[in-house]
Design a binder for this molecule. Structure first.
Ligand code: ADP
Ligand code: MG
Length: 439
């Protein structure tokens, strides 16, 4: 058995960084190579989530780097560093029970979660729950469009909880897994085991619960699971791409239960938050990004955070191909294909004001007569549909109105459009007009 010297280890990691920069994470500096034994270099990580990340994404690349550095046909293996793991050997991210839980992503922690007006409430509630599950907000329901951090927040709660109280039985799964488990249990006559599995946890976290839509029997089963857990003050955390009342054909009794705790929206982030996220992601991935490039990425990509990360990856890859220098010019090139016409809210306001024969200042003002509120709601709806601005940012164009006002206005118009064909035609015409006026 040989110790792996620091020099060899630094060489392995150095090669890995050069060849696979996109896989590098900030916590790599805490990895410990234990020994070289029987041709295997054992590497210790701080927790199961990190071990899983290494297994899934880095095994091959690290093996290649280790072989190149040692000049021997070695391979790598990963373990949890028991001196850092929790007392019962289960560290953050380890499943509470069963085999096929979604694994927790080691990047999805509170430390790596950037807060802003778009997600402050959801984040604060998440932190409170991690400190005192089952009491603060139960159930906790987060909703928002794709790529806005729901999964990140849910997993951050789980990881914080398991770090604080490792004995907590935390079960994190996707709604699809819940449904599949249920179907399997029915087919194999194993409902008893299924119920035991779901009803004997301290915290049940189900991601993308909107998939319960149209699933009558799964809804029925989930209703009983929910009641059992809730009655004994065990924490339930759910996420979806829309609020409970908008999940298609969700039973009323489930909607009302989901609404009985805290329902928090995760909105699109504003520019400052996007910039903070780019900085955070860059740090996590050990990429040095100049401020002008941070600003460029954040102002150009305003759809969702997943796209923001994609842009950072593209820029990083291009900079490696150009010798590692990350300049504004290079970033412009990397994002080049992404330039698109961006609809601006003032154009929407002018178009609507023109059409309804009102003043832009009236749309932005406080007057509540019907002749003004309808066009104002239409403007908010169009701003929501045609721009990527957050509810908060849209509200700012309307005299600093609250984000819920924008949300309600835009929902009211969505509902109207379902039944009113004249209104539909009008909105379509205005949409064309706005797009044509956008260069
Ligand atoms: P969703 O589940 O809402 O579709 P995810 O949680 O998968 O979105 O987030 C998509 C990506 O954006 C992830 O890589 C996540 O880390 C990142 N992300 C989202 N919100 C934040 C945030 N507030 N701070 C840092 N990263 C974020
Ligand atoms: Mg998700």
């Amino acid at each position: 058995m040989n110790a792996v010297t620091n020099t060899v280890w630094e060489d392995i990691i150095g090669q890995f960084r050069v060849n696979h920069p996109q896989l590098v994470r900030g916590w790599f500096c805490d990895l410990k190579p234990e020994q070289l034994n029987g041709g295997i270099i054992r590497i210790q990580a701080a927790n199961h989530a990190q071990v899983r990340y290494l297994e899934q994404h880095c095994r091959l690349a690290l093996t290649e780097a280790a072989q190149a550095s040692t000049g021997r046909l070695v391979s790598v293996a990963f373990d949890v560093d028991e001196t850092k793991a929790d007392s019962n050997g289960r560290s953050p991210g380890a499943p509470a029970s069963g085999q096929d839980e979604l694994s927790l992503n080691p990047d999805f922690t509170f430390d790596n979660f950037v807060t802003g007006p778009c997600n402050r409430l959801a984040h604060a509630a998440g932190v409170a729950i991690a400190e005192d599950p089952g009491h603060a907000y139960n159930p906790f329901f987060v909703h928002g469009c794709v790529g806005l951090g729901k999964t990140h927040l849910l997993q951050a709660i789980c990881q914080a909880l398991q770090k604080r109280t490792p004995e907590t039985r935390c079960y994190y799964i996707s709604c699809e897994t819940f449904i599949n488990h249920f179907i399997e249990a029915v087919e194999c006559g194993a409902l008893h085991q299924f119920r035991y599995r779901y009803r004997h946890v301290d915290i049940l976290v189900i991601d993308d619960i909107q998939f319960l839509a149209e699933r009558e029997r799964s809804q029925e089963e989930f209703f009983h699971t929910f009641n059992t857990l809730h009655q004994s003050h065990r924490q339930i955390i759910l996420s979806a791409d829309c609020p409970p009342s908008e999940i298609p054909s969700l039973e009323e009794r489930l909607t009302s239960r989901f609404n009985s705790g805290l329902v928090a929206l995760m909105d699109r982030p504003c520019l400052e938050t996007r910039m903070a996220i780019v900085r955070k992601k860059a740090k996590l991935r050990c990429i040095t990004v100049p401020e002008d490039v941070v600003h460029l990425i954040a102002s150009r990509i305003d759809t969702n955070i997943r796209d923001l990360e994609g842009a950072l990856t593209r820029i990083d890859a291009l900079s490696h191909a150009h010798g590692g220098q990350l300049t504004l010019e290079l970033a412009e090139t990397a994002l080049g294909g992404n330039s698109r016409r961006i609809v601006k809210i003032p154009v929407i306001l002018e178009t609507v004001a023109d059409r309804f024969n009102v003043k832009v200042s009236e749309l932005q003002g406080k007057k509540r007569s019907k002749t003004i509120t309808y066009p104002r709601h239409v403007s908010m709806y169009l701003a929501r549909q045609l721009t990527s601005q957050s509810l908060e940012e849209i509200g700012n164009y309307f005299g600093g109105r609250d984000h819920t006002t924008v949300l309600h206005a835009s929902r009211a118009i969505t509902r109207l459009l379902e039944t009113d064909s004249d209104a539909n035609e009008l909105i379509q015409e205005m949409t064309r007009e706005i797009r044509n006026a956008t260069h």
